[in-house]
Unconditional design. Sequence first.
Length: 130
Amino acid sequence: MKTIDELLKQYEIKDPECGDCVNDGWVPMIEKLIQELIALGWDKNLQQIKEKFGGLRFYVGCATPEMYELISQAENDSFKTCSSCSQEAVCKPLTSTNFWLLTLCNSCRERISSERAETLNKTLKKIKSF
């Protein structure tokens, strides 16, 4: 699977001024969006691309109403696409005690929850040792 940096380089889109931070699971959806925008004459001016509140945000400089509609559709689709593996997903908090929204399939949600719990436990052990 391509990374967002590889995708932007492939389509000769300069690094966005405000960043490009999305997980690889959305790259296929973003690539489709980029192809559609270029076909409509998009100037490849990408201001920012990120995840916010569990969904994709794709900010461009100038665009036509048709281009904005495509962007809106991709952003809406991101709430049903796992940001880690591209499978069907649901946007909800990572855990019942966490308010950070992520769009993940069940498998990725379990894996990431487990990884974060392990990291938290290691951090707490370090803090207790001081």
